[in-house]
Structure formats: C-alpha cells, structure tokens
Ligand binder design. Structure first.
Ligand code: ADP
Length: 301
C-alpha cells in the first residue's frame, strides 16, 4: 500500500503539491484524478523517490522508496512513455532492466506477451508508435511482478482497443490483490476503470471517495422535457419555483424536480409534452465543477 502524509512540493514560488494526505489500498484500482498541472506527476515522482518532498512523506509498503530492497520487484511505474533510447530493441531494453535488477530473463518474454508486443520484440524502439511506447513502458513496469503499480496517464496514445485492453489489465492486477494507482485528467475514463478516486486540484486534495459515492454526490439530475410550447411550460414551472433552462435539441431542463412532480404539473395545466425523462449530468461535468475553483484560482495568479 501507498501512504501519502502531508506531502508538499514547492518549485520556487509554485506549490505543485500542497499538504496531500491519502492512502492507496491494495485490491482495487485507485484513480488519481485532476486537471493538467494539478500535481499528479509530481506526487508520483515523490512516491518513487525521484523528487524530494519539501514537506511530508510518502511510504510504500511502510518504507520510503529509497529504502526498499529490490524496488523493481516492489513497485512498477509508467511515467514518461518515451524514456527509452530509440536505437534500442524492445527486448534488449527489457533484458537490460531485468539483468540490472536480478530479475530472471524469462520474464522478458512473458511481459512482452502480456502487453501484446511479442511480435515486435526485436524492432528498434524508434519505429514504435506512441501506443507501442506505452505498451513497452507497461511491460517494463510489470517486469519485476511488483505488488504496487503506478501509471501516469497510461491511456495517452492508446487507440480505443488499447484503452479497453489496459482497463481490463489494471482491473485484473487489482483483483490479484495488487495496489494500483492510475492518474488521468479524464473523469470519464476513471469512472470505467477505478473503484476508488483521489481527486486533486492545484496540488490540494479535493476528494477521496469511492467512484459510486462520487457519482451519487456530484451528478446533478434534471428532467429533460420537449414540448411544442416551451414558453408556457417554463412559466408554469417558474411559478412553482422550479428553474427551467434551454438545453440542446430545443429541449428544456427542469432542475430540482423529480419526473413525477413534473408530470403532475404538466397534467394540472393541460400542457402538451412530447418527451419527459430523468437525466444525469455527466461525471465529466461534476469533475470540472469540483476542480473549477482550483483552476480559476491558478489562472488568476
Ligand atoms: P499534473 O501531472 O497533474 O499535470 P504536474 O505534477 O506535472 O501536474 O505539475 C504540477 C505543477 O508543478 C505545475 O504547475 C507544473 O508547472 C509545476 N512543476 C512540475 N514539475 C516542475 C519542475 N520540475 N519545476 C518547476 N515546476 C514544476
């Protein structure tokens, strides 16, 4: 498990990570969510001991990363996809990593198979697409068969098929009891992959919750109504204190009312309605709303 405790990182006057405290538990995928520049990469670099905290600490399996014996067998990480020298072959790159970390050679073939690169194992990395780079980075992370996995925006560069593949892979690792932390700036992706969410904005913790609770607490619902007389319907609803706004397709959205109450009002006033249904505001909207104040504050600096 990963324990982040009062973690802070300053670069000059920029506070990249601001007093973050959270835990990443084994057995589930934890989504690390925040807009670009929120501090996700900086936090992950500190987990891996690549950046020194200005304050606070982070422990992996109860110890700072630097004190782990055989770190590659404990923690696998995908940070920058293009960190591999272009002239190197995919299999040689992994072999070198294995040999310098006392990992058996046989793992190289296994992880290449696992990420779907077995067929291009002998190709030079410079010929790889961004998606293939991502797969090679994931192979390297898996080499030591670690119990803790960190992935920074792993979906970048993957095609839709690759995204589904990665989602299945990550869930599988969690199901095996591993600790899996995956960052993304896309709520929609995390909703499909993660069970738990840690949301940050401007370096600060905004939410530490299950995906289900995030959805229940943040997705505002409304009743979508189409009618040939929107002006009259709006007036009737407004008189009852119900806010009505125009939405796409010439439809109306009635806020803070359930479909039953909306239907009763429609009947009581003899309004004609063509369609009426309960809709959920998207998770992406909820995430943007949650992080908006943090983002605005940054832009105002
Ligand atoms: P994210 O991964 O969420 O997009 P980052 O951790 O990359 O966010 O960045 C957080 C903030 O810290 C940004 O404002 C970024 O410009 C700043 N930052 C990150 N790394 C450095 C660095 N090495 N030097 C100076 N500022 C940095």
């Amino acid at each position: 498990m990963i324990e982040v405790d009062g973690l802070t990182k300053r670069y000059g006057r920029t506070v990249a990570v601001d007093d973050l405290t959270f835990r990443v538990e084994p057995g589930r995928v934890t989504g690390f969510l925040g807009p670009n520049g929120a501090g996700k990469s900086t936090t992950m670099r500190m987990v891996l001991g690549l950046d020194r905290p200005s304050a606070g600490r982070v422990l992996v399996d109860g110890r700072p990363y630097a004190e782990l014996t055989d770190p590659l067998r404990r923690v696998g990480a995908l940070l920058e996809a293009r960190a591999v020298h272009g002239g190197r072959r995919a299999d040689h790159h992994l072999l070198w990593l294995a040999q310098t970390n006392r990992i058996p050679k046989s793992r190289v073939g296994e992880v290449l198979e696992l990420v779907g690169l077995a067929g291009v194992a002998r190709k030079r990395v410079r010929t790889f697409s961004l998606g293939m780079h991502q797969r090679l980075g994931i192979a390297a992370a898996l080499l030591g068969d670690p119990g803790v996995l960190l992935f920074d925006e792993p979906v970048n560069g993957l095609d839709p098929e690759g995204i589904v593949w990665l989602r299945t892979l990550l869930k599988g690792f969690a199901a095996q009891g591993r600790t899996v932390l995956v960052s993304s700036h896309l709520m929609s992706e995390m909703a499909l992959t993660a069970e738990h969410l840690v949301v940050i904005g401007r370096g600060r913790l905004l939410a530490d919750t299950t995906v289900a609770d995030f959805i229940a607490g943040n997705s505002r619902s409304y009743v979508r109504i189409t009618t040939p007389d929107p002006a009259r319907l709006s007036a009737v609803f407004a008189a009852e204190g119900i806010q009505v706004t125009d939405i796409e397709g010439g439809a109306l959205a009635a806020h803070g009312v359930d479909p039953a109450r909306a239907g009763e009002l429609v009947a009581a006033h003899g309004l004609v309605v063509h369609e009426m249904a309960l809709r959920q505001a998207s998770l992406e909207e909820a995430f943007v709303r949650m992080t908006a104040s943090a983002v605005e504050f940054r832009e105002g600096e």
